[in-house]
Design a protein around this ligand. Structure first.
Ligand code: NAD
Length: 419
């Protein structure tokens, strides 16, 4: 059995072979492009608040080192396994290459429910995980960032732990840190802001006005909440939202600021409204102009793809659409415009790159500079993807992935096979 198993890795594998067929990658080049360079599994013993010691499984996958260090988020989630981490690392590689960032993809995390532990326990897990990773990461080897279940505070603990072992402050070891500890202005907002910016570009492309348009956002964390806020600012009405506790739908719309205030106070969306509760699965197939999955993988499947009633599918999450669903959506290309994940949520890694550059130089930019540079890169990438899709009459996803895979393939070919 492969080290990388499970439905998420199978999905990344299927997508890769589809692209490899399209751009004609030979059989003996495929494993070299797809299989991760390194996969690390660590046991993280942690003393819990009740005095007992629990061991949590940690992972890190570094997909390829051809273009520079690897870069990728850290996920704390109960069901995390090596296959999921590897798939996310592979997607990061195509995402970084598509945006022309000097990185390979990575991903990591701990199989733990971050909502079920205390803040002290979260700090202990975070520090122990980073401590176990010290031999394998570094500012020029592998740079971590936040992902589901982690945040700025966790990144500050990672940076502090790594720095304590080095005997000096190494801010460039992680991105997504608080601004007060070497982070960049605009990183926390970057992914959601990028999603909204690309939605605006897509609306221009298909001729849809923001004012009066409606959106449904699945997942109300870093990506979803900020995307909802930014869309709201553009005049889009947020008619549906959900998180892991509850889903709401109301054609009259929700105020993103009030939803945010509720989450800030209660931790989740639960209890915000009694009247608007809807089955979470049904939320995705309600009528709206813009559907933003911003939570977990594999939520748009063969079972619901044919029932989507949106005009723009903006993939804030990584891997929300299965290949089977993609096949169905491809038949409706004229009806549903897809902003594929490796483009749609790339604002996060783009501003992480800006943060890394600023930390290496110890020269910091204003939020306006960061956001302007972010928009420039997203604009360039969006145009590239659309031009390729049109040229070859392929989907936006195929175009985006092909550009990413080709860049890595070309770099590997030019560097040759060592020794
Ligand atoms: P987060 O932990 O801040 O928030 C996740 C949200 O999703 C929470 O509101 C949670 O309750 C909700 N959720 C979890 N399971 C759900 C389910 N089954 N149905 C509905 N909601 C559910 O995480 P995040 O950083 O916002 O990441 C969300 C997605 O975006 C992930 O796929 C992640 O890989 C991707 N992403 C994040 C970033 C980033 O910068 N944070 C960058 C690129 C991609």
């Amino acid at each position: 059995m492969s080290l990388y198993s499970g439905p998420v890795f199978e999905m990344a594998q299927t997508q890769f072979h589809t692209i490899a067929d399209y751009i004609g990658i030979k059989a003996d080049e495929r494993d070299r492009l797809l299989l991760p360079k390194r996969a690390i599994a660590v046991s993280c013993p942690v003393r819990m608040d009740d005095g007992s010691v629990k061991v949590f499984q940690g992972y890190r996958v570094q997909h390829h080192l051809t273009l520079g260090p690897t870069k990728g988020g850290t996920r704390f989630s109960t069901s995390l396994d090596m296959g999921e981490v590897a798939a996310l690392a592979v997607w990061m590689s195509w995402k970084c290459a598509l945006a022309e960032l000097p990185y390979g993809g990575a991903k990591g995390g701990v199989a733990i429910d971050p909502n079920a532990i205390s803040k002290r326990e979260l700090e202990a897990v975070s520090r122990r995980y980073m401590q176990e990773m010290i031999p394998f990461v570094g500012p020029h080897t592998d740079v971590m960032a936040p992902d589901m279940g982690t945040n700025e505070q966790v990144m500050a603990w990672f940076m502090d732990t790594y720095s304590m072992y080095q005997g000096r402050t190494v801010t460039e070891i992680v991105t997504g840190k608080p601004v007060a500890s070497g982070g960049t202005a605009g990183r926390r907002e970057a992914t959601g802001r990028g999603v909204a910016f690309l939605v605006a570009r897509a609306m221009q492309t298909i001729g849809l006005a923001a004012s009066g348009a409606t959106a449904i956002v699945q997942g109300f964390g870093n990506v979803g909440a900020i995307a909802a806020h930014e869309l709201g600012q553009m005049g889009v009405r947020i008619v549906g939202v959900s998180d892991h506790t509850v889903a709401y739908y109301d054609p009259k719309g929700f105020d993103p600021e009030m939803l945010n205030a509720h989450v800030a106070q209660h931790g989740t969306l639960l209890g915000y409204s009694q009247q608007s509760i809807i089955d979470p699965a049904a939320l995705l197939i309600q009528r709206c102009d813009i559907l933003v999955p911003a939570a977990v993988e594999r939520v748009i499947t063969a079972a619901n793809a044919g029932q989507l009633k949106c005009r723009i599918l903006a993939e804030g999450a990584n891997g929300p659409t299965t290949p089977e669903a993609d096949g169905i959506l491809d038949q409706h290309r004229d009806r549903i415009f897809i902003i594929p994940d490796i483009l749609c949520n790339s604002g996060g890694v783009i501003v992480s790159y800006f943060e890394w550059v600023q930390d290496l130089q110890q020269f910091f930019w204003s939020e306006t500079e960061v956001t302007d540079k972010l928009k420039t890169l997203l604009n360039r990438t969006y145009s590239k993807v659309l031009a390729r899709a049109e040229r070859d009459n392929v989907s936006n996803r195929t175009a985006a992935m092909a550009i990413g895979v080709e860049k890595v393939r070309d770099a590997k070919r030019l560097r040759g096979l060592f020794p």
